[in-house]
Design a protein around this ligand. Sequence first.
Ligand SMILES: Nc1ncnc2c1ncn2[C@@H]1O[C@H](COP(=O)(O)OP(=O)(O)OP(=O)(O)O)[C@@H](O)[C@H]1O
Ligand SMILES: [Mg+2]
Length: 248
Amino acid sequence: MLELHSLSKHFGGVRAVDDLSLTVGQGEIFGLIGPNGSGKSTTVNLICGVFPTTSGAVVFEGQDITDAPSHRVVAAGIGRTFQNIRLFGDLTVWQNLWVAQNSVEERQTGWLTRWLGGQRRGRDYAGELLKFAGLADRANELARNLAFGEQRRLEMARALAARPKLLLLDEPAAGMNAEEVSQLATRIRALRDHGMTILLVEHVMELVMGVTDRIAVLNFGQKIAEGAPAEIRSDPAVRTAYLGTADA
Ligand SMILES: Nc1ncnc2c1ncn2[C@@H]1O[C@H](COP(=O)(O)OP(=O)(O)OP(=O)(O)O)[C@@H](O)[C@H]1O
Ligand SMILES: [Mg+2]
């Protein structure tokens, strides 16, 4: 479903992503892990057209989307969350979803269709999303007044508002307590059960090891390992990358 072909991104002398190839299959929960600065967020940003690639290609459902502008990436069916939450703080929870949803629907449907029914349909879906994110009773609260865990949930709901086929999650569990992480795992599995494909960037190992089907490990922009969670856990190269020594 998603293919990265020898993808590279250099910032000056820094090879943030270096000749990275990987394939994420339809319906898979794919983990992307690695130490701080290993290129995980840069990979997500390259897929989403945040900045141009240095070389290589991004292919989604057989379509070359390398360096496609962000709105085309969204329209193709890719949604994402940001490592640093990006919400409209002065809009309500509901309005944050509404904005995200309409940015897509305006391109997909004409004004007449929207007038005749799009609004109501959109409202139903936004309501479902709020329930899914456990925010139904917070709909009219300003985003900036939400607790941190609630903001993370709204960030995910916002990404889902455009009805993506592939969801890229950049450290969704950062700052969450154990209970919140376990709820997040349940949500991620539920999304997959509804047919969504997920690329999960995460440092919280119990989440990555618990929900992913396969994991790729980055170190200095390069893929140093790929496999099932159990294989990755016992891979010596991965331990070295994380701990700095082979026999740690
Ligand atoms: N916009 C940018 N301009 C210059 N350098 C950048 C930029 N974005 C990332 N980098 C550099 O690229 C490398 C990879 O960064 P990236 O944010 O992709 O790492 P990461 O794996 O997401 O790390 P973390 O786990 O800390 O989020 C780092 O050396 C970083 O400083
Ligand atoms: Mg990052």
